[in-house]
Design a protein around this ligand. Structure first.
Ligand code: TMP
Length: 390
């Protein structure tokens, strides 16, 4: 592994702090990014045990995002029409935002976070509240193999990808496919979105790296869609190499070409990216220092914000509080920086002169919602693709 960026000591990004625990010292880990010159995979170097991150206190709920719900609904329609699956498995079903679109007889979920699994079960779906692995896959396919395995923003969280893809390969029916959706490394690098990296995001996949990994398991990508979720993601359609029901679409070579042209197979690209990140930190701090006497709040207390704020040493002296809609985060404090999170209410110009856009990936949804604040001269601060006031 070749290191290219050190994002410093970071707390666990989704470990929001309770008021009564504010005085306790948080566990921190080194967030260092590296590039594997053999398969071109980009990953974080020090991984955190999964039980520390994905447990009954997991705060993120997909159903609370309009963008995610719409994206899942549209994909579900497409899957039914195009692939007509009899049996679907979703790995990382969260609170059921995707599963919700299917007949409970045709789909099961896998969700190790017990709080989320419970919500999905309540909606009438079968959920295995366990981590996806070979043992669990054998249990699931006892009666029949799977026609569609879907996993959004989950596989890139799992350290041991050999077991993951091995289990997927063995679970697919003859016509079976895997649909995998994760933030795109190309977008991440182009947008200087270094906050896509935090303890949970072990990998940010490029198509080039994913292709190399899948190859080892006799799997191949046969179609790719560029989608808007999580700041620009790729949806990969993957099949067994000996599955001849689907032809390889031109979109695959097109995406590979784009990535090669940008240089995602070269270490030097990541060194350049690291330099841009260091510059971004300086510029963001400069903005915050310039407006230190203004009312500044944050919007969307994302796990991504945790990386940015801790890396740039921005804390509760710079940002008074964050607004967030996620029930689980409200009245807690952001890890590391200890900025309070308040229940979201529509922005008014009395609230703030400047609003730091933690959830930059929902910029259009948010700007649309806060039209009045913007119309009356309210300003946002963003660091994507470079720090600026808008
Ligand atoms: P994510 O970037 O990891 O998906 O998290 C988005 C966070 O932003 C989540 O905690 C909800 C919050 N959020 C708001 O508070 N208001 C909004 O309008 C949107 C779209 C998200």
């Amino acid at each position: 592994m070749k290191k290219f960026l050190d994002l410093g000591l970071q707390p666990l990004a989704n470990s929001y702090v309770l008021r009564k625990n504010l005085h306790l010292k948080e566990k921190k880990f080194k967030l260092i990014l590296g590039f594997n010159p053999k398969n071109y995979l980009v990953s974080i170097l020090n991984t955190v045990p999964k039980e520390k991150m994905f447990n009954k206190n997991y705060p993120y709920k997909s159903s609370e995002s309009k963008t995610m719900k719409t994206s899942f609904m549209e994909l579900a329609k497409k899957i039914k029409k195009k692939f007509k699956p009899k049996f679907i498995v979703e790995i990382g079903c969260n609170d059921g935002a995707f599963i919700n679109n299917f007949d409970p007889k045709k789909i099961v979920g896998v969700e190790p976070c017990k709080n989320l699994a419970r919500i999905t079960k309540k909606k009438g779906y079968k959920v295995y509240s366990e981590y996806w692995n070979l043992r669990l896959s054998k249990k699931i396919i006892k009666e029949k193999k799977v026609d569609v395995i879907y996993s959004a923003n989950t596989l890139s969280h799992i350290t041991n990808y050999s077991e993951i893809f091995g289990a997927i390969k063995k679970s697919l029916s003859k016509k079976g496919i895997l649909i995998l959706e994760d933030p795109s490394l190309l977008n991440c690098i182009k947008n200087v979105a270094y906050d896509q990296f935090y303890c949970e995001h072990v990998y940010v996949f490029s198509t080039i790296a994913l292709k190399n990994i899948l190859d080892k398991f006799g799997l191949e990508i046969f179609d790719i869609e560029n989608i808007i979720t999580h700041g620009g993601s790729n949806r990969y359609y993957i099949k067994n190499k000996d599955n001849s029901f689907f032809k390889i679409n031109k979109s695959v070579e097109r995406e590979l070409k784009k990535e090669r042209k940008y240089g995602l197979q070269k270490f030097s690209t990541y060194v350049k990216f690291a330099n841009k990140v260091k510059k971004s930190k300086k510029q963001l701090l400069k903005i915050f220092n310039k407006i230190y006497d203004k009312k500044v709040i944050g919007y969307g207390a994302t796990a991504k914000s945790c990386t940015v704020l801790n890396y740039c040493n921005i804390n509760n002296k710079h940002i008074s509080f964050f607004y967030d809609t996620t029930s689980f985060k409200i009245n807690k404090y952001l890890p590391g920086t200890k900025i309070r999170i308040k229940k979201y209410k529509k922005l008014t110009n009395k609230d703030a002169d400047y609003v730091f856009l933690g959830a930059w990936n929902f910029k259009s949804e948010i700007f649309d919602k806060e039209r009045l604040y913007i119309k009356n001269g309210g300003k946002f601060i963003t660091h994507i693709p470079f720090p600026r006031i808008i």
